[in-house]
Design a protein around this ligand. Structure first.
Ligand SMILES: Nc1c(NC[C@H](O)[C@H](O)[C@H](O)CO)[nH]c(=O)[nH]c1=O
Ligand SMILES: CC(=O)[C@@H](O)COP(=O)(O)O
Length: 222
């Protein structure tokens, strides 16, 4: 009988609440059976720990090699969207103030600004905050050339660079497998007896943990 393994992730120091966070998933479409299982597992876990459906943004790219650039652009896109939304809120407020001013010093009963519908006043809508974390999901399978090794290396370093340069955590959800069975087992859909474990769930937990830590640490709350 083989010895039991000591390999694996220890318990988190606390349980993290995902409700304040906006998370992006960028996935490759190569080896799609595995990818679909990983993405679904990841989304289900994000929701189960409180991340709102409307705060999960999913984008795809052809292959894993495209992941670092896509993550970098999406992080920037999230920041741009957030800045635009803040500036449009400011101009709505300015319009509202000038409307109030133009009708005298009393506040109108129905103070809807010309640029703001009643709906946008009452419903919170999807968040336009910058992404708290991004999860890059891919599945690289060894073929008969050196293609696999080069892509594994480039993607690993690329994703690390994106997170250090942007200050936004990038979760490494890229399987680098020698066989199809290794990939299937890591997506929880193994075809031999044990179905394995869906690593997409772990990446969801890592994204929320990193988001919570960055949120606290950036305010000096250690
Ligand atoms: N062989 C795998 C690839 N190859 C495709 C590349 O990632 C890339 O899309 C192409 O070279 C164009 O730039 N991608 C995977 O995700 N998994 C593979 O096993
Ligand atoms: C460029 C390719 O996608 C392909 O030629 C790589 O081949 P392999 O996966 O067998 O190494």
């Amino acid at each position: 009988m083989s010895d039991p393994t000591i390999k694996g992730l220890g318990p988190a120091p606390t349980s993290y609440d995902g409700s304040p966070f906006r998370i992006a998933i960028v996935h490759a479409r190569w080896n799609d059976t595995v990818i679909q299982a990983l993405v679904q597992g990841c989304i289900a876990k994000l929701k189960s720990i409180g991340v709102k459906d409307s705060n999960i943004v999913v984008k795809s790219v052809p292959g894993s090699y495209e992941l670092p650039f896509a993550c970098q652009r999406l992080i920037e896109g999230g920041k741009t969207q957030s800045a635009k939304s803040a500036s449009s809120m400011l101009s709505s407020t300015t319009n509202l103030l000038s409307l109030i001013d133009s009708v005298g010093s009393s506040t109108p009963k129905d103070a809807t600004s010309p640029t703001q519908t009643k709906e946008s006043q009452t419903s919170a809508g999807p968040s336009t905050a910058p992404f708290s974390a991004i999860i890059a999901i891919g599945c690289l399978l060894k073929g008969s050339t050196m293609h696999f090794e080069y892509i594994c290396d480039a993607v690993t370093h690329g994703l690390m660079r994106v997170q250090l340069d942007s200050g936004t955590p990038v979760i490494f959800g890229v399987l680098t497998c020698m066989t199809e069975d290794q990939a299937l087992e890591r997506a929880g859909i193994g075809r031999k007896g044990d179905k394995g474990h869906n690593h997409g769930e772990d990446w969801a937990l890592a994204a929320v943990e990193a988001s919570a830590q960055v949120a606290d640490w950036s305010k000096g709350q250690l």
